[in-house]
Design a protein around this ligand. Structure first.
Ligand SMILES: Cc1cc2nc3c(=O)[nH]c(=O)nc-3n(C[C@H](O)[C@H](O)[C@H](O)COP(=O)(O)OP(=O)(O)OC[C@H]3O[C@@H](n4cnc5c(N)ncnc54)[C@H](O)[C@@H]3O)c2cc1C
Length: 459
């Protein structure tokens, strides 16, 4: 017989987990503090433009999200990135330099495009190429991204390539980011091939062989109406009396076989299974009384703040925008932005033909101070960088700022050990399940996968 399940958090994680559990025959109720469903996955339509306030893309190589999209019957809504604009750029001085073909996050896979790119100096290039002869590490310690890149490819590769490219994903400080938790593929490359560059070149050849025998897809997808469409497709599958928005949990209590959620409005619900879905610090707060040790462990997962600034211009005012999907900014450039997506280049039909939408990122672990700016100061800061880097000095048609406090999980050194401890303590609590970006992976497919795993365990 189905169990009574309470899911707290109606982001993509909570909704997808709730959907799996409902499909298994459980009686599932979902609660969220917000009025809207989707959590940080928010899309908004303004001035006939589809804006992404939070995430804008799902990586194809992790299958959980695509499996869910297919199961919900919305595969026809999947949108690939515009092929002609897939180029990524890196800021250097007042220039935007194309990431050379074959370069993957930090390591070049093709020598000639890398050698001819002005992305790092000649000294930096020679130092990077030393990777080909350097011995592999004998140590098994959890190394930071910064230590690893300095050791294999040198300081300039870290500052000019790895920090902004990986920082773009985690908005993180590479001195703290755990390579083992975030980019284990590079550890494997070093173990297997010793040199990252050699490993990348082999990988390139293998991919070429595959590409000739089938179509090549872009790595990222979205949905035609924006990613929040996924949340909307999920909630459509629920009876409305099972969905409770504007319900903030203030405390959780545990009795012998059940879990009690107490809400700010005085309501209380009791269930056999309790799923907490969202950031780990939120789970820590809610479990303070019911599971003190687990709560302390959850509090050890650091988070960073970030803001996105959607900014729209008349196309005629941005004649010099490169045919690219956006740029990242190395921290050593000391700019206001950490990255900027050319949203209406990246996905088709996001704005009227004569309008161009860009989306800037500000904040993260290295530039938290930027978020002390008020909205006007933030817009001025964004426009300053767009003027230098994209030669845009026109007045925007409109802007939209969205601030996300403690939203970006920072898998720092020792992360996998901390998560193992959290999972052990969670397993001691019958009927309690935690998913979110503080555990195994920070992206949407990672969190959907965690929900699938919980559904399997509680079947
Ligand atoms: C700006 C930004 C850009 C990103 N870009 C990408 C990207 O392009 N691709 C990608 O894969 N990932 C991206 N990410 C990461 C990814 O979006 C998130 O990790 C993921 O969406 C988190 O989903 P979630 O359901 O776990 O949590 P959330 O979306 O945070 O949802 C948690 C929900 O819990 C609710 N809640 C919290 N406390 C309570 C309470 N006490 N009571 C009731 N409800 C509560 C909140 O209201 C919220 O709706 C991005 C994240 C951000 C912030």
């Amino acid at each position: 017989m189905g169990k009574r399940v309470t899911v707290i958090g109606g982001g993509i994680g909570g909704l997808s987990l709730a959907w799996h559990l409902k499909e298994q025959g459980h009686e599932v109720h979902v609660y969220d503090a917000n009025e809207h469903w989707g959590g940080v996955t928010e899309s908004s339509e303004e001035h006939d433009c589809i804006l992404e306030l939070g995430p804008d893309s799902i990586i194809r190589t992790k299958p959980a999200a695509m499996q869910l999209i297919k199961a919900l019957g919305i595969e026809d809504q999947v949108q690939d990135t515009v092929e002609a604009n897939r180029q990524a750029l890196i800021a250097k001085g007042k220039r935007l330099i194309p990431v050379p073909p074959g370069l993957y996050l930090m390591a070049p896979g093709k020598i000639w495009p890398f050698v001819t790119s002005p992305i790092v100096s000649w000294f930096g290039k020679i130092r990077m190429l030393l990777d080909i002869v350097l011995p592999r590490s004998k140590s098994d310690k959890d190394e930071s991204l910064a230590d690893f890149v300095r050791r294999r490819l040198g300081k300039e590769a870290l500052e000019r390539i790895a920090q902004p490219m990986v920082g773009g994903i985690y908005t993180a400080d590479p001195e703290h980011l755990s390579l083992r938790a975030c980019m284990p593929q590079f550890i494997e490359m070093e173990k297997e091939h010793r040199s990252l560059i050699k490993a990348m070149m082999k990988r390139g050849k293998a991919q070429k062989a595959v590409a000739t025998s089938g179509p090549r897809y872009g790595l990222f997808i979205s949905l035609k109406g924006g990613l929040q469409q996924l949340a909307h497709a999920l909630i459509k599958t629920f009876d409305q009396d099972k969905l409770h928005s504007a319900h903030r949990v203030s405390d959780i209590k545990k009795s012998e076989n059940t879990w009690q959620c107490h809400f700010e409005n005085g309501d209380m619900v009791e269930s056999d299974i309790l799923c907490l879905c969202g950031p780990a610090h939120g789970h820590a707060h809610l479990l303070q009384n019911a599971c003190a040790e687990l709560s302390t462990a959850l509090d050890s997962i650091p988070y960073a703040d970030v803001a996105t600034i959607n900014i729209a211009f008349h196309k005629k005012d941005v004649p010099n925008l490169p045919a690219a999907s956006g740029f990242v900014v190395p921290a050593v450039e000391n700019r206001n932005l950490i990255a900027c997506t050319f949203s209406s280049n990246k996905y088709a039909d996001r704005s009227p033909d004569d309008v161009c939408v860009l989306r800037a990122f500000v904040g993260g672990a290295l530039q938290a101070h930027q978020l002390n700016k008020n909205d006007d100061e933030l817009i001025t800061a964004v426009r300053e960088d767009l003027k230098d880097l994209c030669k845009i000095s026109a007045e925007p048609i409109f802007t939209k700022i969205t601030r996300y406090s403690k939203a970006m999980a920072q898998p720092s050194i020792g992360h996998l050990g901390r998560v193992a401890q959290i999972r052990e303590l969670e397993a001691q609590q019958d009927g309690l399940f935690l998913i979110g970006n503080g555990y195994e992976g920070v992206g949407i497919p990672d969190i959907i996968q965690q929900g699938m795993d919980v559904a399997k365990r509680s079947a």
